[in-house]
Design a protein around this ligand. Structure first.
Ligand SMILES: C[S@@+](CC[C@H](N)C(=O)[O-])C[C@H]1O[C@@H](n2cnc3c(N)ncnc32)[C@H](O)[C@@H]1O
Length: 273
């Protein structure tokens, strides 16, 4: 992809790696720049498992959406930190089951929002807005959300591989709690998060990846199971099987066979009581 084209929205710095574009490249997308690709190659040199982690995470997202629709009757979704559209987007999984399903994508990255809008052209059931998870009241009062989703009915709120870019200083527990306060009972949170590696050798390599992320606008925060659960207050109840690795969350047999265990991709779903 060209490095300076009309498609680069104003204000986008293409000289520093960006989480959404790095992830896009990791999953085989084309909306990324040299700096993102080099960053990913550096990451993979240190941590070759990273691509599988991204795939396990993405597969979890699809399973969770299908499960919420089929088992919990949820037909509206708010995907925060949605990233650049790639394979298996939320609206594709949801509208395949119910063509009337509604999805709002939110991302802080203008390129992710622009690419989502371009993909969604002609789809009346899905839209993309730019927003910052760290400002939940601003995000939730946006008329493009309020006019489109019915907050008196359950909503599936996805924060998949995004809370790891929200530091403790931004108080992610309070952010989730404030989002939860706007949701009807029966809504669900779908979270995934980078967790700690399980062996000393892998932890040492993971630490080098964490240090790499220091050069991006969104440094990486690693949280273990306990810290992930601590982000969810008691207005939610955690759904079985609790916090597990992404590929262990209600696997269907094909995916379970395809993706080997990825200890760092933690996943959990919780229901608004
Ligand atoms: C690793 S990607 C995950 C994409 C998608 N959720 C998935 O799992 O396939 C993380 C995304 O979160 C976005 N992001 C980071 N901080 C954010 C914030 N404060 N508000 C909204 N989006 C944010 C990034 O721009 C990026 O697109």
């Amino acid at each position: 992809m060209a490095e300076s084209g009309a498609w680069v929205p104003e204000g986008v710095d293409i000289t520093v790696p960006n989480a959404s574009r790095v992830y896009d490249y990791a999953l085989g997308g084309v909306h990324n720049f040299t700096v993102d690709r080099e960053f990913w190659h550096q990451t993979e040199r240190v941590f070759p498992e990273a691509r599988m982690v991204a795939r396990a995470n993405r597969a979890f997202l699809g399973r969770a959406v299908r499960w919420l629709m089929e088992e919990r009757g949820v037909t509206q979704f708010l995907d925060i930190g949605s990233g650049i559209p790639t394979l298996g987007n939320v609206h594709e999984a949801a509208q395949e089951i119910d063509p009337r399903a509604r999805v709002v994508y939110v991302d802080i990255d203008p390129i992710a929002v622009e690419q989502s809008r371009s993909l969604l052209r002609g789809n009346p059931g899905a839209r993309a807005v730019r927003g910052d998870l760290r400002e939940p009241e601003v995000l939730l009062s946006d008329s493009r959300l309020q006019d489109f989703l019915d907050f008196s009915r359950p909503i599936g709120v996805l924060m998949v591989a995004v809370l790891q870019f929200v530091p403790d200083a931004a108080d992610p527990r309070s952010i989730i709690s404030r989002i939860g306060a706007a949701l009807a009972s029966g809504s669900h949170l779908v979270l995934s998060h980078t967790g700690p590696e399980t062996t000393a050798e892998r932890r040492e390599r993971q630490e080098r990846v964490r240090q790499l992320y220091e050069q991006t606008p969104t440094p990486l925060v690693i949280r273990d199971r306990r810290r992930l659960l601590d982000l969810i207050d008691d207005s939610f109840e955690v759904v079985e099987p609790g916090v597990v690795t992404a590929e262990q969350w209600r696997p269907d047999s094909e995916e379970a066979a395809e993706i080997p265990p990825q200890p760092t991709a933690l996943a959990v779903v919780a229901r608004r009581v």
